[in-house]
Every structure is written in C-alpha cells, then in structure tokens.
Design a protein around this ligand. Structure first.
Ligand code: PGA
Length: 250
C-alpha cells in the first residue's frame, strides 16, 4: 500500500496578514513537489486570506466544534471553516486536550463534524512524558485512538498525527525505534478499528520536526508525513521538510 506523504503546518496562535507572503512561498514549494500533499493550518482569522494566497494548496483549521451552529461563544463550526475556504481541520491537538480539557469523546465528535462537512480530519494523539516514563505510551495512544477515531471513516477523510506531548516545541524527539514502534501500533489499531481502510489512513509524526531531522523521521516505516509547528511558519524552514518528504516519496 502506498500512501501519499502529507506535510501539514500547524501555525497555532501565530501569524498575521503579513505572513500571507510565507503562505504563497510555501505554496510555490508545494507546487514543485507534486508527489507530496502539503497543507497549512493558520489561526481562524487568517483562513480566508490564506486560502486565497495558497492557490491549490489546502488550508485548514486548528479545531472545529462538534455542532454546526448554536450557543457556543468563541467556537467555530465545520461549515464555517468550509465557507472560509478550509479543506481540513486538526482536532484533538494535545494543547487543546490539556488547555481546553477536551476528551477523546469530544474529539471524535469534532472529527465526525469535520468529515460530515467534507473536511479532512487530522486527529492528534500522544503521550505525556510521565506516561512514557511509566511505560504507558501504547496504552494511552490506544485509548485515545479507540475514543477519537470516527467509526467507518475512510482513508481520504481521516489522518492520524502521533505527537508525543513532551516532544512538542521542545527540540526533543523520540528515537526512530520509538517512533516506529508507536506508528506500527497505531497502524494495527487502525486496522482493527476500520478494517482494510485502516491500511490507507496516513499516520503523521509531529513534535519538533525540523529540516535537520525530517529525513530521518519521515524515513521510518508507517510514518506518512509530518505535522509541523514552529518550523512551518516560514518557507525557509518548512520548504526543506516538504523537500525531504518528496525525496522519500520519489
Ligand atoms: P512543534 O509542534 O513542531 O513546534 O514541536 C508540533 C505540533 O504541536 O503540532
């Protein structure tokens, strides 16, 4: 089974209108690497401008509410994302699981809402440092998958991102053996949850991916791309990661 690599940028609460020049520059790099899928998820306020700047490159949201509309102050729904020009949504990022106390049940409902409205959902999972030290990584990731993966999802509409919480924004990454172990575990769990479709679902690695370590991490079996935070903010840093994915895909 060949899966197209996906390199997605998560801008978190960063960026402004001036950064649309970076979106354009990233889109140009992406256009030169047709074997790889590339996407950027900027803050909600920039989605419309980014979708215009990006041309063919997909733009996504960093969250979406499970409901289509209603009394949910400060939240954004999947149809709103869609109307703004988004084509995907990250759900269940560890920063939201921690800061907004999102449970896997809520994350699944958000992923279902995204998919229902034609957005590809990137569902994030990953263990904390304490959980890894306690030898609970696979238990934690397995429980998050069981709780967060929508039943019956297909490989075109669902992506999983494995992001060890302790590797996000820290400059630390797991060893390639540890990444391989977790990704193989996720693949097996996706097969159990989704049958044959689980074979095609892409599993991204995220957490301190940079130009310097991208080739090594993307070369691990069952790593089908990367979810990149800090290093996705500029074309100068994100470009080499896209190119590393393209090299592996060729
Ligand atoms: P980082 O963030 O690349 O800055 O570590 C990754 C993420 O949180 O998606």
């Amino acid at each position: 089974m060949t899966r197209r690599m996906l390199v997605a940028g998560n801008w978190k609460m960063n960026g402004n209108r001036a950064a649309m020049a970076e979106v354009q520059a990233i889109a140009a790099i992406a256009a030169a690497q047709p074997a790889v899928d590339v996407a950027i998820c900027p803050p909600f306020t920039l989605i419309e401008a980014a979708a215009t700047a990006a041309g063919a490159m997909p733009i996504g949201g960093q969250d979406c509410h499970a409901a289509d509309k209603g009394a949910h102050t400060g939240c954004i729904s999947a149809p709103m994302l869609k109307e703004a020009g988004a084509r995907l949504a990250i759900v269940g990022h560890s920063e939201r699981r921690a800061d907004q106390h999102e449970t896997s049940t809520e994350v699944r409902a958000k992923a279902e809402a995204a998919i229902r409205h034609g957005l590809m959902a990137i569902v994030c999972v990953g263990e904390t440092e304490a959980e890894r030290d306690a030898g609970k990584t696979l238990d934690v990731v397995g429980a998050q998958l069981d709780g967060s993966v929508p039943a019956g999802a297909n490989a075109a509409e669902l992506v999983i991102a494995y992001e060890p919480v302790w590797a996000i924004g820290t400059g630390r990454t797991p060893s390639v053996d540890d990444v391989g172990e977790v990704h193989a575990f996720i693949r097996a769990r996706l097969r159990a949850l989704l049958g044959g479709e689980g074979e095609g679902v892409r599993i991204l690695y995220g957490g301190s991916v940079k130009a310097e370590n991208a080739a090594e991490l993307l070369g691990v079996a069952d790593v089908d791309g990367a979810l990149v935070g800090g290093a996705s903010l500029t074309a100068a840093q994100f470009g080499p990661i896209i190119e590393a994915a393209a090299k592996i895909s060729s």
